[in-house]
Design a protein around this ligand. Structure first.
Ligand SMILES: NC(=O)c1ccc[n+]([C@@H]2O[C@H](COP(=O)([O-])OP(=O)(O)OC[C@H]3O[C@@H](n4cnc5c(N)ncnc54)[C@H](OP(=O)(O)O)[C@@H]3O)[C@@H](O)[C@H]2O)c1
Length: 292
């Protein structure tokens, strides 16, 4: 499959390595991988079973499908470097995997006759092994040159995923949504662990005991969606519990109060939408939260 493409991977991190490994498995020709350090390139090349390149320019000049899987702040700089050194040829396809940035950061390659695309997996990859495991079923947000959308679909299918076509304007908000659903979920769970530790739980025990609750909540989301999955004191209108939570936080973790207040006020809207709590009880909760 994909024999006409010679793939160059730049960035031997989690995404570069996982994509390389799975594209190779799907039958694509991986010309090689290069990174900031040769050490990372060699480690990834070993996993993918492809050559490692010390110099990205040497790799890219013979490739026609180039993935920039590098930190977002490096993408534009790297694309400019490739263009400046005449490694991009007409018909080449230059892709980055950032969720927030559009393909426009690759615009200089377009002047050389290349197609440009952003190809973002709406997934969280914390290690190579978990990336391989989690990729199946992932949605890939595609934005950029229409001519290469069919290729993007093929690539996503080879990773057992599906595509979602976005515009340049949609990407920043789309990516913020992704950050809330994944990054801040981890932040919130860390905060929950902190509270349990304050209550006397050992570090490992806090997360271990919270995990069934987190899994149950995800199951509710899968089966009931929003806002029906919302449970807890705000969804029931239990203003006495909010009063108690406010006192507890102010006593033990006053620095978390503002965050708690803002999350609770946002949750009030969700509770209203769910419609289980009485309007008057939700108003009392709002007053308690806003009282100094
Ligand atoms: N991880 C995720 O969950 C996730 C999900 C969706 C999209 N993405 C996107 O995928 C891209 C890569 O993310 P990642 O998680 O794979 O990052 P990562 O694990 O931190 O890896 C980035 C790699 O880029 C290399 N690098 C840094 N600067 C470079 C440069 N100037 N030239 C060549 N290589 C360079 C680093 O090399 P060395 O190791 O040699 O220092 C590192 O191995 C980002 O655009 C990110 O937004 C990530």
């Amino acid at each position: 499959m994909g024999k006409k493409y010679k793939i160059a991977l730049i960035g031997a991190g989690i995404i570069g390595t996982a994509f390389g490994y799975l594209f190779k498995k799907a039958g694509y020709h991986i010309l090689g991988i290069s990174s900031r350090t040769f050490k990372s390139a060699k480690t990834s090349a070993y996993l993918i079973e492809c050559p490692a390149f010390n110099n990205p320019l040497e790799l890219v000049k013979n490739a026609n499908l180039i993935f920039l899987a590098v930190p977002d702040k490096e993408i534009e700089v790297l694309a400019s470097l490739l263009v400046k050194n005449n490694t991009i040829n007409p018909g080449d396809i230059l892709i980055h995997t950032s969720g927030a940035l559009s393909s426009k950061v690759l615009i200089k390659a377009k002047d050389k006759g290349a197609h440009i695309l952003s190809f973002h997996p709406l997934q969280s990859f914390a290690s190579f092994e978990l990336a391989i495991k989690n990729l199946a079923g992932t949605t890939f947000a595609i934005e950029g040159d229409k001519e290469v959308h069919p290729l993007a679909l093929k690539l996503a299918k080879s990773l057992k995923g599906k595509i979602l076509i976005l515009t340049e304007e949609q990407k920043p908000l789309y990516h913020l949504g992704a950050c809330f659903a994944s990054n801040y979920l981890i932040t919130i769970i860390n905060l929950a662990c902190e509270l349990l530790r304050e209550a006397g739980f050992a570090k490992k025990e806090a997360l271990k005991n919270l995990l069934p609750l987190i899994k149950g909540t995800l199951n509710n989301l899968i089966n009931l969606g929003l806002p029906k999955s919302l449970t807890g004191p705000i969804s029931r209108g239990d203003f006495n519990i909010i009063e108690c939570q406010k006192k507890t936080l102010k006593k033990f973790k006053p620095d978390l109060f503002e965050l708690y207040k803002n999350l609770s006020l946002y949750t009030l809207n969700l509770a209203k939408e769910k419609g289980k709590a009485k309007e008057e009880d939700l108003k009392k909760i709002s007053l308690i939260l806003n009282e100094v």
